[in-house]
Design a protein around this ligand. Structure first.
Ligand SMILES: C[S@@+](CC[C@H](N)C(=O)[O-])C[C@H]1O[C@@H](n2cnc3c(N)ncnc32)[C@H](O)[C@@H]1O
Length: 283
């Protein structure tokens, strides 16, 4: 597994140091490549979401946990030359890659910063839209992050969130190795892999109104890169699986081998995790 960054800040609410980030998928070159490919896959859904949200002229937008690109290019188009987009990420390698993406695309109205979102009490309500994608699923502090996102939005502005829910992630025909590996990965992933289902409720809890939600599903077959994503996760989380679950190394190899054979069968399809999008307005 690649390295991960832990960023801490002092929350004046609790007066304790809060660990904000432990992104377990790391920031290797392979993770950069995976995230950029995922940006392409999710681009139509992201564009549809952003087109739903009415922004004022010259809007200010923030993307929290932008990774190597996230939706910075889509936000840049929507706020226009008079608007501005800020991308934040707590991993310096991600920020380096985001800067490359911004320069390659000549996104003059986008800046990226190696920063965490300020805590609620330090936030300024500056933005017309604060967005995150695949950030909350990777954190143990989703409420805290959503609270800070809501605090960073001006009254009347929007918070928009896109997260997966692993509930629908299945292969067909079913296979015991899939079920076992998915259950064990759920334990060690680090965040709530079913957070997608909770998004509307979490937005309401953050004090937002006019909550809306929709979802997108994706299907794969042998040869598609996401057909074997569960196996990629088993590889990335190998050390954690061996340390924190009863699996032995031999059992893990035999599970992944059996699953690889099954996923290569011409009739085996995979239904991806559900991409849930939820958005809401600050009163
Ligand atoms: C799965 S990636 C998603 C990247 C991007 N949003 C996308 O959709 O392609 C999650 C990103 O969130 C960053 N991250 C994790 N916790 C964060 C936090 N508290 N504040 C800002 N960035 C964070 C990680 O470094 C990583 O780049």
């Amino acid at each position: 597994m690649g390295s991960s960054t832990v960023v801490s800040y002092v929350s004046s609410v609790s007066s304790t140091v809060v660990e904000v980030v432990d992104y377990r998928l790391g920031s290797s070159g392979a993770e950069q490549e995976r995230l950029l490919a995922q940006c392409e896959l999710l681009r139509p859904a992201a564009a549809a979401l952003l087109d739903t949200i009415p922004l004022p002229p010259n809007a200010k937008a923030l993307d929290v946990g932008c990774g190597p690109l996230g939706v910075l290019d889509l936000l840049s188009e929507r706020v226009g030359p008079g608007g501005s987009v800020t991308g934040l990420d707590t991993d310096h390698r991600m920020i380096g890659w985001a800067r490359e993406s911004v320069a390659e695309r000549a996104l003059d109205n986008v800046e990226v910063r190696h920063e965490a979102l300020p805590p609620v009490t330090a936030a300024e309500a500056l933005y017309d839209l604060v967005h995150c994608r695949l950030l909350l699923i990777n954190t143990t502090h989703p409420r805290q992050i959503l609270g800070s996102m809501a605090a960073a939005v001006r009254p009347g502005g929007w918070v928009a969130v896109q997260e997966f829910d692993w509930a629908t992630w299945q292969c067909d025909p079913p296979h015991p190795a899939w079920s076992r590996l998915k259950a064990l990965l759920t334990e060690v992933f680090g965040g709530d892999v079913h957070i997608g289902a909770r998004l509307p409720g979490l937005l309401s809890e953050a004090g937002l109104t006019d909550v809306r939600a929709t979802a997108h599903a994706y299907y794969w077959r042998p040869g598609d890169r996401y057909q074997t994503l569960l196996l990629s996760f088993a590889h990335l989380f190998r050390d954690r699986l061996l340390e924190h679950t009863p699996l032995t190394s031999g059992e893990l190899d035999s599970l992944t081998g059996a699953l690889r054979d099954h996923l290569e069968q011409p009739r085996t399809t995979v239904r991806e995790s559900l991409l849930v999008q939820a958005w809401a307005r600050k009163p």
